[in-house]
Design a protein around this ligand. Structure first.
Ligand SMILES: [Zn+2]
Length: 146
C-alpha cells in the first residue's frame, strides 16, 4: 500500500481486533460514518469495537510503537510546562523520541492542537510553548528584536 491511509480507512483503537486493517469495501467493512461533530468534522464508528473517532484522531501518530493517547498526553504535559528531561524520567521515553513526536506533531499542528485542546484541556497560549521546542530546533529563523 502506497502513501498514507486516510482516516476512516481503519480502526485506530489498538484494543480492537480490526485495529489498523484497511477497509476494502468487501471483507473489511468495519468502519461506518457516524454523523459529524459540532465543528462539522466527520465522525466514524468501528462496528467491531464501537469506538468512535473523527478525522483528526487516530492518524496523527499511526504505527508508532507508543499508543497515540500516550504521545498526546506527553505533548499536553510539555505544553503545560513540564520539561522534556522530567518527562523522560517520569515516563521512560527517550528525549529523542519525544522530540521526534514533536516534529511529527508540528507537521499537522492544527489537528494536534485541536485534539490537545479538546481532549486534554490544553489552553491555546500553552501551545506556543510546545511548538517552540521544534521551532528553535533545526529551523533557521531570522532573529527579531521586539
Ligand atoms: Zn475497532
Amino acid at each position: 500500500m502506497e502513501g498514507f491511509a486516510k482516516t476512516g480507512d481503519f480502526c485506530p483503537n489498538e484494543a480492537c481486533r480490526d485495529y489498523g486493517k484497511l477497509q476494502d469495501g468487501q471483507k473489511q467493512t468495519n468502519i461506518k460514518k457516524s454523523g459529524k461533530t459540532a465543528k462539522g468534522v466527520q465522525r466514524y464508528e468501528c462496528k467491531t469495537c464501537h469506538h468512535t473517532f473523527t478525522e483528526t484522531t487516530g492518524t496523527l501518530f499511526f504505527r508508532k510503537r507508543t499508543p497515540e493517547h500516550e504521545i498526546l498526553e506527553t505533548l499536553a504535559l510539555l505544553a503545560e510546562g513540564s520539561r522534556i528531561s522530567s518527562l523522560t524520567r517520569a515516563k521512560g521515553f527517550k528525549e529523542d523520541t519525544i522530540l521526534a513526536w514533536l516534529r511529527e506533531a508540528a507537521r499537522h499542528a492544527e489537528a494536534v492542537e485541536e485534539v490537545l485542546m479538546a481532549d486534554f484541556k490544553v489552553k491555546r497560549a500553552q501551545l506556543d510553548a510546545l511548538w517552540s521546542y521544534v521551532g528553535n530546533k533545526g529551523e533557521k529563523k531570522l532573529p527579531r528584536d521586539g
